[in-house]
Design a protein around this ligand. Structure first.
Ligand code: ADP
Length: 256
C-alpha cells in the first residue's frame, strides 16, 4: 500500500490545526483519550471471562477429563461467564446505538405509570431472590412525557435493578412518580441500602465505574448500566439527581 504521509507534513492538515484554539485541541485530546480508555476497558472486561472460559475448557480436556462431578460444576461456571460476555456486548451495543441518535429528541408521548408496573413485574424474580420488596407509589392519573418507551423502560429497570442489588437484603425499594402542578415530572428510585460514599457519586455514570471491587465480584453487572441511563436521559433532556447517605440509602431521581 501507499505509506502514510509523515505527521505534520501535510500543509492542509497543518492549516486546519492552526485554525483550532488550544482549548479545542485539548478538548479533542481529551475525547481521544476517553475513546481509547473506553476501548481498553471494554477489551479488558471481555478478556476476563474469555480467559476464564479458556481455562475451564483446558481443564476439562486435561486434568478433569474423567471427572463427571467437575464437568457439571465447570459447565455451570462456563455458562455464567458466557452470559457475562453477552451482557457486556448487549450493553456496549446499546451505548453505541444511543450515541448515534444522541441528537435526535424522542417524539412519542409516553405514560410513565404503566412503565413502572411493567418494570416491577419483570424484576420480581430478581427482587424475590434478593429478598427485596419493590413498592410502587404512583398517581392514579396518567403521567406523560415526550420520550422513547423502550429507552425509558431501560432507565427505570437499571435504577430499580441497582437498588435491589446494592440495597440491603430484606428491605424495600420504593419507586415514586410525582406530577405536581407546575413542577417538573419526577421519578425516584429509593433504597435503604448502605449508601454510596460522596466521592464516588459524581463518577457513577462513567463507563465501567463501580464503587468497589467487591461489587464487581459479587454482583452481576457490567459497570455500564448508569452510563446507559445517562445517555438516554441526555437525549430526553432529563437530569439524573443522585442523593446518598451512608447507612441510610440512596435516591436516584430522574427530573424530566
Ligand atoms: P453495574 O451495576 O453493572 O455495576 P452501574 O453503572 O449500573 O453498573 O452502577 C455502577 C456502580 O454504582 C455499581 O457497581 C455500584 O457500585 C454503584 N451503585 C449503583 N446503584 C447503587 C445503589 N442503589 N446503591 C449503592 N451503590 C450503587
Amino acid at each position: 500500500g501507499v505509506p502514510p504521509a509523515a505527521e505534520g507534513t501535510d500543509p492542509a492538515a497543518a492549516g486546519f490545526c492552526y485554525a483550532l484554539s488550544f482549548r479545542d485541541i485539548s478538548e479533542l485530546r481529551r475525547i481521544d483519550r476517553m475513546r481509547s480508555d473506553f476501548v481498553a476497558n471494554a477489551s479488558h472486561e471481555l478478556r476476563t471471562p474469555l480467559a476464564s472460559l479458556r481455562g475451564f475448557i483446558e481443564t476439562l480436556q486435561g486434568p478433569a477429563k474423567g471427572d463427571p462431578g467437575a464437568h457439571e460444576r465447570f459447565l455451570g461456571i462456563m455458562l455464567d461467564q458466557a452470559n457475562r460476555m453477552s451482557r457486556l456486548v448487549d450493553d456496549l451495543l446499546s451505548l453505541s446505538r444511543l450515541e448515534l441518535k444522541a441528537h435526535i429528541a424522542p417524539s412519542q408521548r409516553v405514560d410513565l405509570v404503566p412503565l413502572a408496573g411493567h418494570v416491577r413485574d419483570s424484576l420480581l424474580p430478581l427482587a424475590q431472590d434478593l429478598g427485596v420488596e419493590i413498592r410502587l407509589h404512583l398517581p392514579s392519573a396518567k403521567v406523560e412525557v415526550m420520550g422513547d418507551r423502550d429507552e425509558l423502560v431501560q432507565v427505570i429497570e437499571n435504577l430499580v435493578e441497582n437498588a435491589c442489588k446494592y440495597g440491603q437484603e430484606g428491605k424495600f425499594v420504593d419507586v415514586y412518580l410525582r406530577n405536581a402542578p407546575s413542577q417538573p415530572v419526577e421519578l425516584s428510585v429509593v433504597d435503604n441500602g448502605p449508601g454510596i460514599p460522596a466521592e464516588h457519586v459524581p463518577r457513577l455514570t462513567e463507563r465501567f465505574y463501580r464503587v468497589s471491587v467487591a461489587d464487581s465480584r459479587s454482583k452481576k453487572g457490567t459497570g455500564l448500566g448508569l452510563a446507559i441511563v445517562k445517555h438516554i436521559l441526555t437525549r430526553h433532556r432529563a437530569r439524573l439527581i443522585i442523593t446518598s447517605e451512608l447507612g441510610k440509602g440512596t435516591d436516584f431521581t430522574v427530573r424530566f
